[in-house]
Design a protein around this ligand. Structure first.
Ligand code: AMP
Length: 222
């Protein structure tokens, strides 16, 4: 039976989920779905969903499950998810994880990668993070700077600091992660699909470690 690879990237804000997601999706031909990016797109277009999510996101809290779930479930029904996809920033609560479990098909090969790093590391990374509004690529002022200062390498748009990447909001996001999202590690451990990887290293080294895990699960050569 042909299996469809479904990867979930778990981990605190700033651990490197977005950077790794881009690399994994390009290597494994997966569709990258970031619920944060989907919300930011809705805010940019001032849709009803965007208006509902805007203030919640700016405060560092989580958008209510029912809004996240209907948006996510619509997205994974699209044609580009039929051959595999990666979820970045979803699920973030046990209720989201349980609803998603029910959506999985017997042909889906689910792998959950939990990226771990200390609070100091993630705060340092977020404070230097620059994002592209157009293509969502992520840079870091010091460890992963764009070739031309302040401009995206890919689409040459001006880079910006996300409003929720400011220090006070980051603290709230980290605490929300610990109380609401970290328990998912146990949930996926019980389902026997969890792989834990240190996110403390360079982007390339973390990707190498993820590739080894994915290759052993999918039977591909590294
Ligand atoms: P991210 O880009 O993944 O850091 O997400 C930015 C913000 O979007 C979060 O702090 C939440 O407010 C909201 N968000 C993204 N994904 C979810 C989710 N799965 N559940 C609830 N809120 C989310």
């Amino acid at each position: 039976m042909e299996k469809t690879l479904v990867v979930i990237l778990l981990g605190p804000p700033g651990v490197g989920k977005g950077s790794q997601a881009t690399k994994i999706c390009s290597q494994y031909k997966l569709t990258h779905i970031s619920t944060g990016d989907l919300f930011r797109e809705n805010i940019k277009n001032q849709t009803e969903l965007g208006k509902k999510a805007q203030d919640i996101m700016a405060s560092g809290a989580l958008v209510p499950d029912e809004l996240v779930l209907s948006m996510l479930f619509d997205r994974i029904e699209k044609q580009d998810c039929k051959t595999g996809y990666l979820l970045d920033g979803f699920p973030r609560t046990l209720a989201q994880a349980q609803s998603f479990d029910k959506k999985l098909k017997p042909t889906d090969n689910l792998i959950v990668i939990s990226l771990e790093a200390s609070d100091e590391t993630v705060v340092e990374r977020i404070s230097g993070r620059l994002s592209c509004k157009t293509c969502n690529r992520i840079y870091h002022k010091i460890v992963n700077p764009p070739s031309q200062e302040g401009l995206c390498d890919h689409c040459h748009e001006t880079l910006y600091q996300r409003p929720d990447d400011k220090e006070e909001v980051v603290k709230r996001r980290l605490s929300v992660y610990k109380t609401q999202t970290k328990p998912l590690i146990d949930h996926y451990k019980k389902l026997n699909v969890l792989k834990t990887i240190s996110g403390e290293h360079s982007i390339d080294k973390v990707f190498e470690d993820i590739s080894i895990v994915l290759a052993s699960t999918t039977g591909e050569k590294v």
